[in-house]
Design a binder for this molecule. Structure first.
Ligand code: ASP
Length: 605
């Protein structure tokens, strides 16, 4: 044995014990004839004391940072205690030491506060992983993994591995493909998720399946996405949506308890997709704070229930509002005293290309009951008050209004709400709010192909009473401008997302399990019978052999960990992540392969 203890476990109760430790040299400090060394391993740091003689030996053989050192000695009480660390009351009076290995000078300091930039830390990720901050994240990841597995195991879920070399059937994201040497000109694909396999497992009778599994999606990398990522992937048979919601609400609550010692108050809030879009402009609302969206367009169009307001605004002359497809507002609490500079800055903020609005209208609801706005020319104080009241603004609030095309304005107002929430400190990292978003639309309109695409995936079932709408109507979209009036746009799915603090952490659905309905689904998506048979014949065939009703969900494991760890970045929770261009800078991958490999694969580049 190289060691009797780790560097994190010795304390006052071990005083006078002989011990042997092994670890990495974090710091060397010389004081006259004696030397102190901080020795680090995965468990902590222990201070070593080298007396005169040994200190002299060190002078002859200087130890550098990150040398691997083994020491034997006795635990003694420290005169200068450090109560911030568990080993801070003791030190080891070293009697002998062995240098197990040397290290060249590391490219950055391996401490909580490092001087290493992102690129260099990624290139030397094996060194970065020695740092406490990164290690803590991986420990949290493991704790989440363990907690999930324990819960699922206790509920009779079985971990079953599914293959990584599968058939390419892109729907949604692009597949990563792998050439087959034994079948020249043919390719496997890496799974975007084990979706069809887990459904086949249900047909096979494994009624509760799970896997903590890698998934691969060749998407253009948006910030904080990884081409390979991990899901907690689950499927159950003989369940309705309610059963799934309960089971996986239980899973998340268990993770909160095990990992954060948080008792999440019952039950997780639920919201329909429709309400989420109307009140938050977003299908993954952050419900840690209010500031809900108010649609003011109805006021100007005389559709509001508020009759006084209606007549008041009849013919009100602000062209921007009158011409806009939509006018959306939020009431920002306590910001009525914003200065000109601050409102100008907010206006610039909404005009940035990422947000894309032409301008911002504001109403200051002053604490003294007066109103002041950027559109005083068009609205007198009485009208401003009515608008502010409709938005639920109180004295002291600042109403922010955006107007323009429906989708852009909705997105922009949603972003503005999040931004203001952030600025006001309403999105606290230590506060966790879960939400189920339910009743997603089954289809989404894809403008480029003028067809329907599955909003979740093609295996998601319509709500039972919407099935006839799908069966009885032709999917063809004859009038692209008015696709919303096509009956398909109103079909809702038994699909659900779990949202945590404004992030989608999981999503799933009740599945189609009859061949005819699945065929109809493929047809609705514009897939010919032949194509459906070619791509998904195995699944259609399986549905003819007694497929049980089933459904499931998958959680984004990396994202869940990063939120629980209070970090923005999922990369911090992955041992060996790719950078924002999808590269592994440590391995320098992807890279070209040599001609011999290409030839064997029957490929040319
Ligand atoms: N396979 C789905 C996904 O990756 C999740 C599910 O429907 O269970 O999003």
């Amino acid at each position: 044995m190289y060691r009797s203890h780790t560097c994190g476990e010795l304390n006052a109760s071990h005083v006078s014990q002989p011990v042997t430790l092994a670890g990495w040299v974090q710091t060397v400090r010389k004081f006259g004839s004696i030397t102190f060394i901080d020795l680090r391993d995965r468990y902590g740091i222990t201070q070593l004391l080298f007396g005169d003689t040994l200190s002299q030996q060190l002078d002859e053989n200087p130890l550098g940072r990150e040398f691997v050192l083994q020491v034997s000695g006795t635990v003694i009480e420290r005169s200068n205690k450090n109560l911030n660390i568990p080993t801070g009351e003791i030190e080891i009076e070293v009697s002998s030491f062995t240098i197990l290995n040397k290290s060249i000078t590391p490219p950055f300091t391996i401490q909580d506060e490092t001087d290493g930039g992102d690129d260099i830390r990624m290139k030397y990720r094996f060194l970065d992983l020695r740092r406490n901050a990164v290690k803590k994240n991986l420990e949290l990841r493991y704790a989440v993994n363990r907690s999930a597995r324990n819960y699922l195991h206790e509920h009779h879920f079985m971990d079953i591995e599914t293959p990584f070399l599968i058939k390419s059937t892109p729907e949604g994201a692009r597949d990563f493909v792998v050439p087959s040497r034994m079948n020249p000109g043919q390719f496997y694909a890496l799974p975007q998720s084990p979706q069809t396999f887990k459904q086949l497992l249900m047909v096979s009778g494994y009624d509760r399946y799970y896997q903590v599994v890698k998934c691969f999606r060749d998407e253009d990398l948006r910030a904080d996405r990884q081409p390979e990522f991990t899901q907690i992937d689950c499927e159950m048979s003989f369940v309705a949506q309610e059963d799934i919601l309960n089971m996986f609400e239980g899973l998340i609550k268990r993770i909160f308890k095990d990992v954060k010692d948080i008792d999440y108050p019952e039950p997780v809030q639920r919201m329909t997709w429709n309400d989420a879009m109307v009140h938050y402009g977003n299908d993954k609302p952050d419900i840690r704070f209010g500031m809900e969206l108010t649609n003011l367009k109805t006021v100007f169009e005389g559709q509001t229930g508020n009759l006084a307001a209606m007549s008041m605004f009849e013919g009100a002359g602000f062209k921007v509002f009158n011409d806009a497809e939509t006018v959306l507002a939020i009431a920002v609490p306590g910001c009525s005293e914003y200065t000109r500079k601050q409102t100008d800055e907010l206006t610039d903020w909404v005009k940035r290309p990422q947000i894309g609005m032409n301008g911002l209208v504001f109403i200051k609801c002053n604490a003294d009951g007066t109103y002041k706005s950027s559109v005083d020319k068009f609205f007198d104080e009485e009208k401003l008050k009515v608008l502010a009241d409709i938005c639920g603004a109180k004295p002291g609030d600042l109403v922010l209004i955006l107007a323009g095309r429906e989708e852009r304005t909705r997105k922009a107002t949603s972003e503005l709400r999040l931004e203001m929430g952030e600025r006001l400190g309403l999105r606290r990292k230590d506060e966790f709010k879960l939400l189920w978003v339910l009743d997603f639309p089954l289809f989404e309109y894809a403008e480029e192909d003028n067809r329907w695409v599955a909003r979740h995936h093609p295996f998601t079932s319509p709500k039972p009473d919407h099935i006839p709408v799908m069966i009885d109507n032709d999917p063809t979209i004859t009038d692209a401008d008015h696709y919303l009036s096509h009956p398909y746009s109103n079909i809702k799915a038994n699909a659900y997302d779990m949202v945590l603090n404004g992030n989608e952490i999981g999503g799933g659905s009740i599945r189609i399990y009859q061949r005819e309905l699945q065929e109809k689904m493929f047809d609705a998506l514009g897939m010919s019978k032949e194509e459906a048979q070619h791509k998904f014949g195995f699944l259609l065939g399986a549905f003819e052999y007694g497929a049980p009703p089933h459904g499931g969900i998958a959680f984004g494991f990396d994202r869940l960990c990063s939120i629980l760890g209070g970090s923005e970045s999922i990369r911090d929770f992955i041992a060996f992540p790719k950078n924002n261009s999808g590269r592994d800078v440590m391995l320098d991958a992807p890279s070209s392969i040599d001609d011999k490999q290409l030839k064997e694969l029957g490929l040319s580049v």
